[in-house]
Design a protein around this ligand. Structure first.
Ligand SMILES: Cc1cc2nc3c(=O)[nH]c(=O)nc-3n(C[C@H](O)[C@H](O)[C@H](O)COP(=O)(O)OP(=O)(O)OC[C@H]3O[C@@H](n4cnc5c(N)ncnc54)[C@H](O)[C@@H]3O)c2cc1C
Length: 420
C-alpha cells in the first residue's frame, strides 16, 4: 500500500549518495522521488573510467542500482529537474519542481535516426567539451534512462522539423515547454554533490591556453572507451601518444586563493590515472608532483602498489608555473623541490591538473535557509529538521563513503517521517 504524501521522501541529486538514499528508503517501504538536474542518473561517477582502489568500471555498481530502481515501484524519478521552492516544515513540506523540456517522449527506442538527419553540433558536456555531438543526442552510451534529447538550439532552428520527421516512432515533440510540478513530502535528502574546481582560475598553469594541459576529470573521459578518443590516452593538441606525463597535485587546493581545503581524493585519483597510462604505454615516464600524499587506511596499499612502478616518480614539490617551450609542444613545469629547496624545470608533453571538489551548493544553494560551512558545503548531515545532507555536498567523499552517507541520510529521513 502506498504511503501518505507526508510519509514520502524527496531525494535531490542522483549520484552515488542520492541513488543510495532513494533506493534504501524505498526498499524500507517509503515512497521516494528523485529529482535530477542532468538528463541521466548516476552523477559524476558515470563519467569515470575506473574506480580506485579495485580499478573496476563504475557502471557495474550503477547498473545494479538502476536495476533496483526499475524493480521498485516506490521510486519515481524526474530528470532535467530542479527544486525551485521548498515551504512548510518537517513532516509536511511543499516542494515546487521545475522540469526542463527534453523534446523526446517515452516512445524513443534510441534508434538514432534523429541524429542521422541532424547536422548541427554542440560541445559534448559529458566529455568536458573535448569533442562535439549532434544536437539530437543520447547523453552518453550507457545513459539511464536510455532516451535521446534535443538541444534547444536545434528546436529553434530550421532543421527541427526535418529531425522530427526522421523519427519513425513519433517520439519527438517540438512544442514541449518547461513545466512546474508540486510535491508534498515528509522529509528531504539533499545530495547534489560536487563540481571540479574551475581550472581557468589557475592562471599560472596555462589551462585553456595550452591544449595539452588538461584536468583530472578530463583524463577520466580520455581513458574511457566511451570518451572522445575511444579510450586512447593521447595529447589533445596532435593526437600523439604522450612520452612524459605530469600530474600536478593540489591544483587550486590547500590554497587560500582558491580552495583552502584538501579534497582527500585527488592523490588517489592521480595514482589511479597513472595506472590507466601504464596499461597503454609501458615506457611513458610519469611524474606526480605533490605537497603531501593523502592515502590513508587500506588505500595506502594502493599507493604502495603504484610506487612499485619505477617509471612513476613521486616528486615532493609545488608546481609554480607551466609554460610552453617556444614553437615546440613540450610543456615546462617550474617546480620547487620542497625537501632540498632546489628549483627544477621538468619537461612533459601532457599535464594533468588534479583539481579539487567544490560543493554544488556554492553556486546553487538550497531554496530554503540552511547553514553552510566556510567552504560552501552543507554544514552537517542534520542540516534542518526534516532536511538531511548526503555525500559530497556535505564533504568530499570517496564512493564508498558516499554510499554510507546516503544510507545514513535515508535512515534520518525515515525517522523524520515516522516521528510525525
Ligand atoms: C578526478 C576524480 C576521480 C575520482 N575517482 C574516484 C574513484 O576512483 N573512487 C572513489 O571512491 N571516488 C572517486 N572520486 C570521488 C567521487 O567522484 C565521489 O565520491 C562521488 O561522485 C560522490 O557522489 P555524490 O552523489 O555525493 O555526488 P555527485 O556524483 O556529484 O552526484 C550529484 C548529483 O546531483 C545532481 N545535481 C547537482 N545539482 C543539482 C540540483 N540543483 N538539482 C538536482 N540535481 C542536482 C548532479 O547532476 C549529480 O547527478 C573521484 C573524484 C575525482 C575528483
Amino acid at each position: 500500500m502506498a504511503n501518505t504524501d507526508t510519509q514520502s521522501i524527496l531525494v535531490v541529486g542522483s549520484g552515488m549518495s542520492g541513488l543510495t538514499a532513494a533506493i534504501e528508503a524505498a526498499e524500507a517501504g517509503y515512497d521516494t522521488y528523485i529529482v535530477e538536474k542532468n538528463p541521466y542518473l548516476g552523477g559524476r561517477v558515470a563519467q569515470f573510467h575506473h574506480y580506485f582502489p579495485k580499478l573496476c568500471p563504475p557502471y557495474c555498481g550503477l547498473e545494479i542500482n538502476f536495476r533496483r530502481i526499475k524493480q521498485n515501484p516506490r521510486v519515481r524519478f524526474f530528470t532535467m529537474a530542479e527544486v525551485e521552492n521548498i515551504s512548510g516544515e518537517e513532516g509536511n513540506f511543499d516542494v515546487t519542481i521545475r522540469l526542463e523540456p527534453r523534446y523526446v517522449n517515452e516512445k524513443c527506442t534510441c534508434c538514432g535516426k534523429c541524429a542521422e538527419d541532424c547536422t548541427m553540433e554542440i560541445e559534448n558536456a559529458f566529455n568536458y567539451g573535448m569533442d562535439k555531438i549532434k544536437t539530437a543526442y543520447l547523453p552518453h552510451d550507457m545513459a539511464y534512462p536510455m532516451r535521446y534529447i534535443l538541444d534547444p538550439a536545434l528546436v529553434k532552428s530550421d532543421e527541427a522539423q526535418k529531425v522530427k520527421e526522421a523519427c519513425p516512432y513519433d517520439a519527438i515533440e517540438l512544442d514541449m515547454s518547461p513545466k512546474t510540478m508540486e510535491l508534498k513530502v515528509g522529509s528531504i535528502v539533499w545530495a547534489t554533490g560536487w563540481q571540479p574546481y574551475d581550472a581557468n582560475k589557475l592562471d599560472t598553469y596555462g589551462f585553456g591556453q595550452y591544449p595539452d594541459v588538461i584536468t583530472n576529470v578530463m583524463m577520466e573521459r580520455l581513458a574511457s572507451w566511451s570518451g572522445p578518443t575511444q579510450g586512447k590516452i593521447v595529447r589533445p593538441s596532435d593526437g600523439e601518444a604522450p612520452k612524459t606525463i605530469a600530474f600536478v597535485q593540489c591544483a587550486g587546493s590547500r590554497d587560500e586563493n582558491h580552495l583552502p581545503f584538501c579534497s582527500g581524493i585527488c592523490c588517489l585519483a592521480s595514482m589511479k590515472q597513472a595506472t590507466y597510462v601504464r596499461e597503454q604505454y609501458p615506457d611513458t615516464k610519469i611524474y606526480i608532483f605533490f605537497i603531501d600524499i593523502r592515502a590513508t587506511d587500506r588505500l595506502e596499499d594502493f599507493y604502495n602498489r603504484v610506487k612499485e612502478d619505477e617509471n612513476i616518480q613521486f616528486f615532493k614539490g609545488k608546481v609554480a608555473k607551466i609554460t610552453q617551450n617556444g614553437e615546440g609542444k613540450d610543456l615546462i613545469l617550474r617546480v620547487e623541490d620542497t625537501t632540498t629547496e632546489e628549483l627544477h624545470e621538468v619537461y612533459a608533453d601532457l599535464v594533468v591538473l588534479a583539481t579539487g571538489m567544490q560543493p554544488n551548493t556554492s553556486d546553487t544553494p538550497l531554496p530554503i535557509e540552511i547553514p553552510y560551512d566556510d567552504y560552501g558545503f552543507m554544514a552537517s548531515q542534520n542540516t534542518k529538521p526534516g532536511i538531511y545532507a548526503a555525500g559530497c555536498v556535505r564533504t568530499p567523499t570517496f564512493v564508498s563513503e558516499a554510499v554510507q552517507d546516503g544510507t545514513a541520510a535515508a535512515l534520518k529521513a525515515i525517522q523524520s517521517v515516522v516521528r510525525r
